[in-house]
Structures are given as structure tokens and as C-alpha cells.
Design a protein around this ligand. Structure first.
Ligand SMILES: C[S@@+](CC[C@H](N)C(=O)[O-])C[C@H]1O[C@@H](n2cnc3c(N)ncnc32)[C@H](O)[C@@H]1O
Length: 486
């Protein structure tokens, strides 16, 4: 594996020839994108409306680029037509799936299904390292010299892996072709959203992150485009003629939604794409994937008993819906690990700034950052509660708690006695904050629910996220009202 894909790269059926004038037009817009995306920020952070205006500018330019690049298409394959050759390739590469088959789940794309009863802990998938696309295979590929030289690729292994995936996808000689051809041809990551869809996130903390993500990917695209078009060495690389914004967002989304970390003997972990294992969809449960250092293979066990005919799932980890939405392209409405991040910070102008920061650091809490509201009967997480208590303390309280080193951890617990003054201020502050966050959404949960059946898949996913966020906020508001009334 991987041997064929080394320096002897061969282009896929050639993309449409780009006329020199079109190439010049694309380059001019790429330069504009690069300029906006690398602008040095001012002394004060940009406001939300400035960031939004800038996103619209970047989107408009990217849209122009996509129009200019419309004839440079990546080879497209229909997944179900590729299934048989993918299954044969799995066998050839000693990737073993026991009691599982690949099937079309509908809403969650393709997935795995049990063909027989499977018991919890049973070994069901093993994938040798030699079959994976990894940071190491990236370094050995025709892009290897570029990856080892480029400052961005040296430090951001996920980006190196994205270029590697794209590089192999357009390389007919690649040993991973049957795997790559079976990947989805498009994703539901926010990189595919239109401004109208992005605008539906108004009020959600995910909006800022999604806008940032789009800007980062646009910047990276412009950066790599310029290198690939100007470097003499790149002329022989298959990736060069296919490198469009569309292709780059596909490659980045592939990595975002499928990558995993695997150990390296005697070294640190490396990012990898693990064929077959990455066909498993997510369900809450427990981690059930391991790496066998001796056999050098990833092994996946069943996280629970599964009946023949049922979907086989793995647990992607403790992620909020906002994380799943931003990094995995879906929302789990029954997510017991859900949370809603609130940004808080101690102002530099606060006369008690230093005392508060010192007390916060004794609890390993930052002086500014994100703190969590969680679903359920006790929506204020321990970190949020302790931060707000300290944030609301007067000089006397701060001195008392700083002098009482052994007790400071009590501030993390709801039943800790912080005195009426701090307690009342804490609940009132949080209540106001939660009410303001709720009011930032232009629609109600009821309106979101009513709109669901009329919406596209992307829009349904956005609405589901908003419904989860608003539910956390309204539960928190009710809880905080009850605390204030006490
Ligand atoms: C590692 S891949 C799993 C295989 C994928 N479904 C496919 O068709 O190739 C992860 C992607 O599967 C989808 N997915 C996984 N778990 C899901 C779930 N519980 N609900 C909806 N979509 C899910 C999401 O699109 C996610 O980005």
C-alpha cells in the first residue's frame, strides 16, 4: 500500500484546460481573497457586524472564483456503483469487517449494519496501518517535499492530510483509489453553506465559529493556489490542475468529518483516515476503538449488543451539538453531552481585576473564556458557577476566599455558602445573561419546529441546532428564575 502512490503520480482524466486569460482572472480574485483574509486585525476586536460584512465580501469573491473554476471538475463517482470495488479493495488490504455490511442509511449517508447478532466487546473491524492515509504516507507521497518544507503544513497535520487526500484522489496511480472513490462527493459542513443559510445561525455562538472557519479555509485555498500555480516543482503534480476552491473544501470536509488519531511507535500520535472504520456513524455510548501496537492495526469493538439488521455505530466522543455541527456536519437531538458555551471575562478595568484573576487561577479557571450551560435540572456547570461567583464578589469576599485556600474548591458546588450578596448577584447576573442570549435569536423554538418540514437538509440541521440551544437556554432561564425567587 502507498508504494504506487509515491513520486510516480499520474493525473486523472485531465480537467478542462483553463485558458491563460481565465487563469489570470482566477489569480486576480485569489489575490483579493488572500489580501482580505490576511489583513492584520485592528487594535480593537472586530464587531460581529464587521465580521459578517467581511464574510460576505469573502463569500462574494469565492463565489466569483467558483464560477471561473466551474469547468475544472474533480472526477465524480456514484457511491453505490463503487461499493463492490471498495469491498474488494478492503479484502486485498487485509481490512477485516466481521458480521458487518455497508449500507445506505438515508439521512446519515452510508453506514454499517450488523449481518448477525453482535455482542458488546466483540471485535468487528481491524484495519492495518498500511491501508490508512496518514501524516506519514502524506510525507512519502509526491507532495512530501512540499509538506516537509511548507510552514503551514509542518504545523497543521489536518491540512497536510487534506492535501494528501486530494492529491491521491486525482492521482490515477494511487493505491487508495477504490477507497477515495467511495467517499461522499459532498458534505454538510458549514463550508457548503450559502450566506442565507449562514444567516439562519443568527443568535447562535456557532455563527462566529462558522464564519471564522469559512475565512480560514478561503485563506488556505488562496495560499495553496498561489503556491501551486507559481512553483515550478508543482507543474508535474496532479493536484495542481484540479486545485479549485470546490476541491479544497471537499478535501478539508473529508478530513474534518472522518479523521482519527492513531499512535506512532516511540513518537506522538498522528492523524489518519481509517478506511472501513470511518464508515461507522455516531451514537452515544462509549469509546470502542483501540490500536494494536504489535500488529500495527486499528481495532474496533462493538460498544453494545447489536441485533442482526441493526445499525452498527461507534461513539465519536463527548461533543456538544455545536461541536458536532461545526466539525462533523450533523446534530444529535438526543445528545446528553450537549452544552451551550457562554463567553465571559473579567474586565481589565474592573478595580478588583487582579484579585479575581488570582482566585480564578487557584481553581484553574481562565480570566476570560467560554463557560458551559448544560441541559437538565442543574444547567449551570461548575466552571460557570464558580466563575460567576468570583466575578460577582466584592473585596471582602475575595479576601475571605483567597485566605481560605483549602475551601476554594467549594465554589464549584451549588450548595456552597457564598453569602447572600454574592449568591443573589450571581443568579441575577446569569439570569440577565441567559435572557439576553435567548433574545438574540430572531425566531422562537415553536417557529423553528413549525418550519422544519419545509426546509432543505442543511437548513433542517441548522434549525435542529437552534432548537437544542434555545431549549438549554429556556431551561436555564426557568432554573435561574426559581433561584432568584428563593
Ligand atoms: C465518519 S463518517 C461516517 C460515514 C458516513 N455516513 C458516510 O456516508 O461515509 C461521519 C459522517 O457521517 C454522518 N453521521 C455520522 N453519525 C451521524 C448521526 N448520528 N446522525 C447524522 N449523521 C451522522 C455525518 O455526515 C458525519 O460527518
Amino acid at each position: 500500500m502507498g508504494k504506487k502512490s509515491n513520486s510516480k503520480a499520474k493525473k486523472s482524466a485531465a480537467p478542462a484546460k483553463v485558458l491563460p486569460q481565465d487563469r489570470a482572472d482566477i489569480s486576480a480574485v485569489v489575490d483579493e481573497v488572500f489580501k482580505i483574509c490576511t489583513k492584520v486585525p485592528g487594535a480593537t476586536p472586530a464587531s460581529a457586524s464587521q465580521e459578517w460584512a467581511e464574510y460576505l465580501d469573502i463569500y462574494r469573491l469565492i463565489d466569483k472564483i467558483c464560477t471561473l473554476e466551474k469547468d475544472i471538475k474533480l472526477p465524480k463517482y456514484t457511491r453505490k456503483d463503487q461499493l463492490q470495488s471498495f469491498l474488494s479493495w478492503l479484502k486485498e488490504n487485509n481490512i477485516i469487517m466481521t458480521g458487518l455490511e455497508i449500507y445506505d442509511t438515508g439521512d446519515a449517508g452510508f453506514g454499517l449494519r450488523a449481518t448477525e447478532d453482535i455482542t458488546q466487546g466483540q471485535k468487528v473491524i481491524s484495519v492495518p496501518l498500511s491501508a490508512m492515509l496518514t501524516e506519514e504516507t502524506a510525507r512519502k507521497s509526491y507532495l512530501g517535499s512540499f509538506i516537509s518544507r511548507d510552514p503551514i503544513l509542518q504545523h497543521m497535520s489536518n491540512i497536510a492530510l487534506a492535501l494528501h487526500v486530494l492529491g491521491e484522489y486525482v492521482n490515477q496511480q494511487s493505491a487508495w483509489q477504490p477507497y477515495l472513490r467511495f467517499l461522499p462527493s459532498t458534505y454538510s459542513t458549514t463550508l457548503y453553506f450559502t450566506p442565507e443559510q449562514m444567516g439562519m445561525l443568527k443568535g447562535s455562538i456557532a455563527l462566529e465559529e462558522a464564519v471564522k472557519q469559512f475565512r480560514n479555509i478561503a485563506r488556505q485555498y488562496a495560499y495553496f493556489y498561489r503556491i501551486l500555480q507559481s512553483s515550478p516543482e508543482a507543474r508535474s503534480w496532479p493536484i495542481r490542475d484540479y486545485f479549485t476552491f470546490e476541491a479544497y473544501r471537499w478535501a478539508v470536509s473529508t478530513i474534518m468529518t472522518r479523521q482519527n488519531r492513531i499512535p506512532v511507535k516511540g513518537g506522538k500520535n498522528q492523524m489518519a483516515l481509517i478506511p472501513a472504520w470511518d464508515m461507522a456513524n455516531h451514537k452515544e455510548g462509549m469509546y470502542s476503538t483501540d490500536f494494536d501496537d504489535e500488529k500495527m492495526q486499528s481495532i474496533c469493538f462493538a460498544q453494545c449488543n447489536i441485533r442482526a439488521g441493526e445499525e452498527f455505530t461507534i461513539y465519536y466522543g463527548q461533543r456538544s451539538n455545536s461541536d458536532l455541527f461545526l466539525h462533523n456536519g450533523f446534530v444529535a437531538t438526543d445528545n446528553s453531552n450537549d452544552s451551550l458555551a457562554i463567553k465571559l471575562g473579567v474586565s481589565k478595568n474592573d478595580p478588583l481585576h487582579d484579585e479575581k484573576v488570582a482566585l480564578l487561577s487557584s481553581l484553574d479557571l481562565p480570566s476570560s473564556g467560554t463557560f458551559m450551560l448544560i441541559p437538565g435540572a442543574h444547567p449551570v456547570s461548575s466552571g460557570l458557577l464558580a466563575f460567576t461567583r468570583i466575578f460577582c464578589m466584592d473585596k471582602n469576599s475575595l479576601e475571605k476566599w483567597r485566605g481560605d485556600g483549602s475551601k476554594v474548591k467549594d465554589l464549584l458546588h451549588e450548595d456552597c455558602d457564598v453569602g447572600t450578596y454574592v449568591q443573589d448577584k450571581t443568579w441575577a447576573f446569569l439570569h440577565t445573561r441567559v435572557a439576553l442570549l435567548s433574545q438574540a435569536y430572531p425566531t422562537t423554538v415553536e417557529e423553528d419546529r413549525a418550519a422544519l418540514p419545509t426546509l432543505s437538509n442543511y437548513e433542517q440541521m441548522i434549525k435542529k441546532l437552534l432548537i437544542c440551544e434555545k431549549t438549554i437556554l429556556s431551561d436555564a432561564e426557568a432554573y435561574l428564575s426559581s433561584r432568584i425567587a428563593k
